[in-house]
Design a protein around this ligand. Structure first.
Ligand code: 5GP
Ligand code: MN
Length: 343
């Protein structure tokens, strides 16, 4: 992965001219990469004298609560003091981390951002199809995580030695979670060199792993068993799987946000599986998560059938009809996709 020298120069000039009021934004349902990249970037900016507010649209999953500095995030949905709106209105720079378009942020956050026309907009992201309207862009779909990108940008601007242990820890969380503990695609030699830089700071890698992956509730373990055993349906000779969870089912297992994280990956442990989906009911819509193996392009599938997108092998979208109808549409979409040779 080669960072654009021009983008780095522009960013350096913007950041070195004077201390700035900065907002760092990340995506709805923030995951380890969204949080890890935001916290590390915010810390890097603060250590250079900038005033930084990190904003996420809604709450992060409970298994990330231990992350250093996470309490400073402003959660837009429960921000009773209006700190987020004030920070966005006053911002001289807006960083968008781990999402490709401001349109992914819901109202009223997107409206407040649009109203601040003077702030410089910088994108640091690894999703496909970045939108227009950024003054500086680091758009790298080939990067396995945004945390990896942020780490490289920090190294390019201020050197490896500037990375603190606290920053290394949160960056490692982002790299680890977005690669499924270094088991998905884009695992380049350069990525492992970057991990070596983080390891040099003395981070405890097994402890970070345990904090994230071995910190779930009993309810989550039971819900997982239920979902795989009772709710997994197979199509196309067992090469496509889908699962669904209604609000009632989630309540039965004392559901907490983040509990269904990773479920969608599990059908891909079956050798011949090519694509997996999960439908999770929310108050106003059904969230669709998709995963695939190899050539199967779920970014294309999500964009075409569920108003979404993401990456080639991991994507998501939304459905605004009932669970039954969502499933019927999914089944029809899979058949159409297969007929066209995509599956
Ligand atoms: P997840 O299934 O883990 O929620 O999301 C998988 C990937 O797809 C993530 O990179 C996520 O950002 C992306 N994604 C999820 N939902 C949407 C969506 O509604 N729109 C777009 N464009 N990307 C999404
Ligand atoms: Mn990411």
């Amino acid at each position: 992965m080669e960072l654009s020298q021009q983008s780095l120069n522009t960013l350096r000039e913007l950041l070195e001219a004077s201390p700035k009021k900065i907002v760092v934004l990340s995506h709805t349902n923030p995951d380890g990469d969204a949080i890890g990249s935001s916290l590390a970037w915010a810390e890097a900016l603060r250590s250079r004298g900038h005033q930084v507010t990190c904003i996420v649209p809604n709450r992060y999953p409970y298994y990330l609560e231990w992350m250093t500095g996470i309490e400073q995030l402003v959660i837009f949905k429960s921000d009773s003091e209006g700190a987020a709106i004030k920070a966005v209105a006053e911002a001289e720079m807006l960083f968008c981390l781990d999402f490709h378009s401001l349109s992914r942020l819901d109202e009223p956050l997107s409206r407040v951002i649009a109203a601040n026309e003077s702030a410089k907009r910088v994108l640091i992201d690894h999703h496909l199809n970045p939108s227009e309207g950024f003054d500086v862009m680091f758009s790298h779909p080939e990067a396995s995580s945004t945390s990896y990108l942020v780490c490289n940008i920090i190294c390019a601007l201020w050197g490896e030695k500037s990375i603190t242990k606290a920053q290394a820890e949160v960056l490692y969380v982002g790299m680890m979670t977005d690669t499924g503990n270094f088991s998905f695609s884009n695992l380049t030699p350069a990525l492992y060199r970057t991990i070596a830089v983080l390891a040099e700071t003395g981070i405890e890698i097994p402890q970070i792993y345990n904090n994230v992956y071995n910190s779930f509730t009993e309810g989550r373990a039971r819900l997982f068993g239920y979902t795989i055993n009772r709710k997994m349906r197979l199509m196309r000779k067992g090469t496509v799987a889908y699962m669904s969870l209604t609000e009632e089912e989630m309540r039965r297992f004392w559901f907490q946000q983040g509990d269904s994280e990773g479920f969608v990956n599990y059908p891909l442990t079956i050798k011949k599986m090519r694509m997996s989906a999960i439908f999770i009911e929310h108050k106003d819509f059904i969230r669709v998560s998709l995963r695939s193996r190899g050539a199967v392009d779920v970014n294309l599938f999500a964009g075409r059938y569920f108003e979404g997108g993401g990456h080639h092998n991991a994507a998501g979208g939304k459905s605004f009809v009932s669970m039954e109808e969502t499933i019927a549409r999914f089944e029809a979409a899979v058949e159409e996709f297969a007929k066209e040779g995509h599956l």
